[in-house]
Design a protein around this ligand. Structure first.
Ligand code: AQP
Length: 343
């Protein structure tokens, strides 16, 4: 079977964007692939200093979300990145493969560093090399992510390709054939691959947005979900009856696409049903759908968070299994590059 890898940062409240763009697909892929799902805690400290107690809590909470959405830790792997040191080790090799120019073009770095680039951490700049290492240390072939991560995945492919080219003779000499790393493919599925902020249709829904009203958290209760949807920004027009032209109304497009994804239908089908309706009517239907989908996940997450010993055990066992795979790749990399190791 081919291998899927994906990661989620423990940087705050998991939200509907993380769910629809990424986590929702994770469980569905378990039947067709071997899956490795990672809580990428080393990435979480790139943008700012995290409170250590809070960080530990968030690592467990992302793990609880993985479990609550149906990922099976017995047949697949759930773990946290920092327990498998080979991620950081391979990222160093990739820092020496990736070019400054490549990383300078990453829009996420530009967005997160803002105007004061001199003050951004080196880790934030090198984030995509670590992400490439996360994926390639398992020689993963498929990566389910939201649209926002597409550019990083293209960079991962560039790094894999440059490594394969630069060491082509050594890869063959070590018996690995013509390429050591596969070129992983993104799996970007469905309509809501980019869920936007509820306060501003031009910004993506994000954990780090200071306004809690901008996002629906996976742990929000029914009242909070309904209130946030009711207060979501919209325009004064009723809903259109067809998708054509809806892109000029980003807030409407966002809410309709969330509804379509949560109910597994298309934007056209939703507009057929709600075209001409006022937002108040549509928002209350959307709140019902969102509560139905998210409430069971939230309650299972709460139950799991009551017993963190189980979560810690899942992470420890998962890290052990991940490390076996990662060590094999890292040994190959060392042999190819010429880094002497104890055999
Ligand atoms: N708004 C979104 N719409 C669709 N997918 C999204 N993802 C994130 N936001 C959206 C997807 O969720 C996965 C995990 O993301 P992450 O936590 O690793 O990093 P991120 O993309 O940086 O997410 P946030 O919420 O915006 O966090 P902060 O604010 O900390 O940067 C990824 O697959 C991502 O595509």
């Amino acid at each position: 079977k081919e291998l899927v890898f994906s990661g989620v940062q423990p940087t705050g409240n998991l939200h509907l964007g993380n769910y629809l763009g990424a986590i929702r697909q994770f469980a569905a892929l378990q039947n067709s692939y071997n899956c490795v799902y990672c809580v990428v805690d080393l990435h979480a400290i790139t943008a700012k200093r995290q409170d250590p107690k809070e960080l530990r809590h968030q690592i467990r909470e992302v793990t609880a979300a993985f479990l609550a959405t149906g990922i099976d830790p017995k047949n697949h792997i759930i773990f946290n990145q920092s327990q498998v040191p080979e991620h950081a080790e391979l990222a160093w090799v990739f820092n020496c493969v990736a070019r400054m120019g490549w990383l300078s073009r990453m829009t996420q770095f530009k967005d997160k560093a803002g105007k004061d680039r001199e003050n951004a951490s080196v880790g934030l700049f090198a984030y995509p090399s670590l992400m490439a290492a996360d994926i390639l240390v398992y020689r993963a072939t498929h990566v389910p992510v939201g649209e926002d991560q597409k550019q990083h995945l293209e960079l991962t492919r560039d790094i894999a390709q440059k490594f394969n080219n630069d060491w082509a003779e050594d890869i063959a000499a070590q018996g690995f054939g013509d390429m050591f790393f596969p070129l992983p493919e993104p799996l970007i599925q469905g309509t809501a691959t980019r869920v936007m902020s509820l306060r501003d249709g031009s910004k993506k829904m994000s954990k780090s947005d200071p306004s809690d009203y901008s996002r629906i958290n996976l742990t929000d209760d029914a009242d909070a979900i309904a209130t946030k949807i009711r207060k979501a920004k919209t325009d004064p027009e009723p809903l259109p009856s067809e998708a054509k032209g809806i892109e000029t109304r980003p807030e409407a497009e966002n809410l309709v696409s969330i509804y379509a994804t949560l109910t597994d239908t298309s934007i056209d089908a939703v507009l057929k049903e709600f075209g001409g309706a006022q937002f108040s009517t549509f928002k209350s239907a959307l709140a019902d759908v969102a509560v139905n989908k998210l409430a069971p996940i939230a309650s299972e997450m709460r139950r799991l968070m009551d017993d963190t010993a189980y979560i810690d055990q899942v992470l420890a066992e998962g890290s052990g299994k991940a490390r076996v795979l990662a060590t094999e790749t890292m040994n190959g990399v060392k042999d190819i590059v010429g880094l002497l190791r104890n055999t």
